[in-house]
Design a binder for this molecule. Structure first.
Ligand code: ATR
Length: 278
């Protein structure tokens, strides 16, 4: 697609950034909506990330996405944090305001919830306890979004319990920490099971979790999307549970940024999914 001298600019900043699917994703939408804009990869090493973020307004950028390992650096580098970014302690979306100041947001939790709602129609966070496995960077936004959306309880388990304790202390009421060894006994009355660990990713062993005790109505989701159907999702599907893959979280978290930078509310469609996977 040809861009003009007036093209609206955005991108994704990370290190490395070559594996990011965001340029394909935003590029698809720019073309689909006929927008004169560009969304480019910004490969910036950690020691230059704060500087690169500060210079976005001078370069005329409308903003950018921020990915690993820059999400916490971005939270410290911007001028304003919205509630989602403050709660997550991390920024994945930066918007340059009209006055040239930088606003940091975190749309990962939004993407997580929108993906679940689209993939498991009728599911709501209020349906019952959620079991969240893992307490790394991705878990934080997931846990906060579930609490904010009305989950009666989030049961948080991590191989390293101290990390789960720290996350629970940050998020506050509604999060209960359990020992990793008790993960299977907590499934019986769960309405949702979420894997936020790296287990099940290509090159990693499957998540070690028997679903024997899982309630038939529970929804199972994985934030890992390489492969799209992780061993966890395959096992849940085989039992008859509803499953939601992790690709949609990536697609939905991108919507607010695209709308802010390019002025159009984009849609997540099957065609988009296929294109981003391709
Ligand atoms: P990020 O912060 O980007 O999410 P991370 O900090 O490496 O990534 O987190 C990965 C998650 O996978 C953590 O919850 C990690 O558990 P620890 O905090 O105990 O490291 C989890 N994880 C990684 N390998 C695991 C394994 N073999 N069994 C269970 N959990 C594992």
């Amino acid at each position: 697609m040809i861009i003009s001298g007036k093209a609206k600019l955005a991108g994704v900043m990370g290190w490395p950034v070559g594996h990011s699917r965001s340029p394909r994703l935003h590029g698809f939408w720019l073309e689909a909506y006929g927008i004169d804009g560009a969304y480019v990869p910004l490969a910036v090493p950690p020691e230059r990330a704060a500087e690169a973020i500060r210079v976005l307004p001078a370069l005329g950028f409308r903003g950018c996405n921020v990915t690993v390992p820059h999400k916490e650096i971005a939270a410290a580098a911007v001028d304003h944090l919205d509630e989602t970014a403050r709660r997550a302690g991390a920024v994945n979306t930066i918007v340059v305001r009209e006055d040239g100041s930088l606003e940091g947001r975190n749309t990962d939790g939004f993407g997580f919830l929108e993906n679940l709602k689209a993939g498991a129609p009728g599911w709501t966070a209020t349906a019952g306890p959620a079991v969240v496995l893992g307490a790394g960077g991705a878990a934080r936004a997931v846990v906060a979004s579930l609490i904010d959306d009305g989950a009666p309880e989030v049961r948080l388990l991590n191989r390293t319990r101290a990390r789960a304790e720290a996350l629970a202390a940050d998020i506050g009421d509604g999060v209960r920490v359990f020992d990793w060894v008790s993960r299977e006994t907590l499934l019986a009355d769960a309405a949702l099971v979420v894997n936020t660990t790296t287990q099940g990713m290509h090159g990693q062993p499957p998540l070690d979790l028997s679903l024997e005790a899982l309630a038939p109505a529970a929804v199972v989701t994985d934030i890992v999307y390489t492969p799209l159907i992780t061993p966890l999702l395959a096992a849940a599907h085989a039992r008859g549970n509803r499953v939601v893959d992790g690709l949609g979280m990536l697609l939905h978290q991108a919507r607010p940024g695209f709308a802010a930078w390019f002025g159009t509310e984009p849609e997540v469609t099957e065609e988009l999914r296929r294109f981003v996977l391709g």
